[in-house]
Write a protein that binds this ligand. Sequence first.
Ligand SMILES: [Zn+2]
Length: 376
Amino acid sequence: MKRLHHGSLRENNRLLVLKTIFEAGEVSRTEISQITNLSPTTVSRMVKELMERGFVVESKKEASSLGRSRILLAPNSKAYKVLLFDVGVTFTTYAIGKFDKSIKILSRFKTPDTPDLFFKKVHKILETLPEIDAISMSFPGMVNMNTFEISYVPYLDWRKVSIKKFLRTDTPILMDNEANLAVFGEIHANSDMKTTLSAVYVVIREGVGTGLYLNGKVYRGPSFTAGEAGHTTIEFSESEKCRCGNRGCWENYASIYWPVRKFGPDKLAGDTILEKFHTLIEKPEAKKLINDYIKNISVGIANIVNILNPEVVILGGEALNFDDETIKRITKEVKQRALFEATESLKIVRSTFKGNPYLYGALLLAIEKNLFHITT
Ligand SMILES: [Zn+2]
């Protein structure tokens, strides 16, 4: 019993040291001791074990002010490799993510219409990459992380898809909704948000979804549907049905389809909806339409702000193309519509994340869940 207790404490300390090195990127033994409150002797012993097991490498020597060099520790990029997928409505991007948080995009393919064809493609990719520690996937819809089931992806019309049935592999699989991964990634990577406890990440793409970070954790809800703000009703008189079956959903007014449809898709250059949207926002004659579109986006955000009172709303997806003036206009519109008290300290910002936030979130999810055994 004593031995087991000692063993588990040692294991916990080792994980704590490893997590500290992972989060810091580069850190000295002395700093680890200060951060973790573990004694310098314990830290040195744990670091030695972690280096022997290939998780940690000594990074570089920096001359200190006293003229002595110091040795920094860093995560070993070779320690953990994750095959990452960002499943988009139009294209799926895949990449390799490593323990040093680096991500190398391998390629992308057109997202097949059916889960069967999609997972066949995943199998083929997996066969070419034998040394993978985990597979982590971002989906633009509802994903049940407990049952490994894609509950519903409206734009692809995938319902109740059992991942274990389609993807037969011994490699651990992780999956989450794209907006959940984006908020998780942003909080982790953005140094301005180190003390943020509540944030809403709004993904504006072909669909609209939100990732909720509440009381310092991603909030997914008991059946993993939390944050589906795109399917809240903002219009009573709408005759056309949304893909979800409801009428007058926010998504139909705030997704990139709305301004493209209003302007006329045939009048816009580009093969995909994304390309057409990019053409549209550059057009001077679309200014009034874009103003209306901004209002549509702001209405939904004001509703979310009244319900959740977040510290910050992060705009991502195609909203990354919005200039500072547009962000200011959204902020003004939201403040006019939402309760004064709910917006007093509210910040509305563009995501600062460089690169693909869904892939980054998927990498973090795999490392935290599979390696650190943390529920994110
Ligand atoms: Zn809907």
